[in-house]
Design a protein around this ligand. Structure first.
Ligand code: SAM
Ligand code: DTB
Ligand code: SF4
Length: 324
């Protein structure tokens, strides 16, 4: 007789919204309780990013400095970086305490002719004892299998926002395309890294809906990056109104409660955040950051600032497999 998978409770929008709207102290208490049940609350995972191919992207994501379609002055497009250089940069990241190395390319999807180099990068970085992550745009099932075979641990592909708001931000690929890539990544046996951006003019409903979609995937993503929009001059969203810090913290808390076993990453936008806001994000259950002076193209607080913040908060970097 066929065995059935256990029934899984799906999140409703109404329940998620109820949690988002709790009095702040109650929301934080619930998020901390869930966090402590699943993680050491004083450990934060450190990932490091590298742009292996910058600019000249054919997609029209309204927030991105790398789109060839942005209204303002464009970044100069680079070629795919040499494999040796990627590995040298990964060595530096490891020496700085990062446990995961994430390589990003400004592509709609990888071209078959690029796959050999990308595979060599994964093998080289993996060989250093780092976890590997890539974000290269949409993946076919074959490409996903090839990356998995090469040793890729995580693939990042964000939903970015709710299905409803999505077409205001991106028109060259659909929300359904994004879900398909996530399912190809999962089917290939890789871990999923998927999240979004706050502060793009979305409503609270959009934020909640994006998290409901992520939490209700067949398996929740192991890694959930929550980015605060970095308003980049020349992009469609350069003038977007900043999100209120406490709303940002609320969204992190909701992600923690809805995806209790995932690493929630306080991602882009930390240079514009006070140390106190970042501390609230950690209290709300964020337990991963990007370290280093740069993200892909934009600034990030450097090692010194983060080391001092961690010291003041009594936070330690999470070791590989650092779950309690
Ligand atoms: N080209 C690939 C793709 O989009 O699938 C990978 C790189 S892309 C830059 C990765 C993610 O970075 C985006 O999905 C978005 O969530 C985030 N991101 C890009 N620009 C950002 C910005 N200005 N502020 C905040 N997050 C940003
Ligand atoms: C994610 O969610 N945020 C990272 C990573 N995944 C690839 C990228 C942030 C990019 C910020 C803008 C820039 O550096 O250009
Ligand atoms: Fe291209 Fe990715 Fe930027 Fe979109 S987010 S324009 S796909 S690099």
């Amino acid at each position: 007789m066929a065995t059935r998978a256990p029934l899984r409770a799906l999140w409703t929008r109404a329940e998620a919204r109820r949690i988002y709207d709790l009095p702040f102290a109650d929301l934080m208490f619930e998020a901390q309780t869930v966090h402590r049940r699943n993680f050491d609350p004083n450990r934060v995972q450190m990932s490091r990013l590298l742009s292996i191919k910058t600019g000249g992207c054919p997609e029209d994501c309204g927030y991105c400095s790398q789109s060839a379609r942005m209204p303002g002055e464009k970044l100069k497009a680079s070629k795919l970086m040499e494999v040796e250089r990627v590995i040298d940069e990964a060595k530096k990241a490891k020496a700085g305490g990062a446990t995961r190395y994430c390589m990003g390319a400004a592509w709609r999807s990888p071209k078959d002719r690029d796959m050999d180099m990308v595979v060599a990068m994964v093998e080289g970085v993996k060989g250093l004892g780092l976890e590997t992550c890539m974000t290269l745009g949409m993946l076919s099932p074959d490409q996903a299998f090839r990356l998995k075979e090469a040793g890729l641990d995580y693939y990042n592909h964000n939903l970015d926002t709710s299905e409803r708001y999505y077409s205001e931000i991106i028109t060259t690929r659909s929300f359904a395309d994004r879900l398909e890539t996530l399912s190809n990544v999962r089917d290939a046996g890789m871990k999923v890294c998927a999240g979004g951006i706050l502060g793009m003019g979305e409503t609270v409903e959009d934020r909640v809906d994006m998290l409901v979609t992520l939490a209700n995937l067949d398996e929740a993503p192991e890694s959930v990056p929550i980015n605060m929009l970095i308003p980049i001059p020349g992009t469609q969203l350069e003038g977007a109104e900043r999100i209120d810090s406490l709303d940002f913290v609320r969204t992190i808390a909701l992600a923690r409660i809805m995806m209790p076993q995932s690493h929630v990453r306080l991602s882009a936008g930390r240079t514009e955040m006070s140390d106190e806001t970042q501390a609230l994000c950690f209290l709300a259950g964020a337990n991963s950051i990007f370290v280093g002076e740069t993200l892909l193209t934009a600034d990030n607080p450097g090692e010194d600032h983060d080391a001092s913040l961690f010291r003041r908060l009594g936070v330690e970097p999470e070791a590989l497999d650092g779950r309690p």
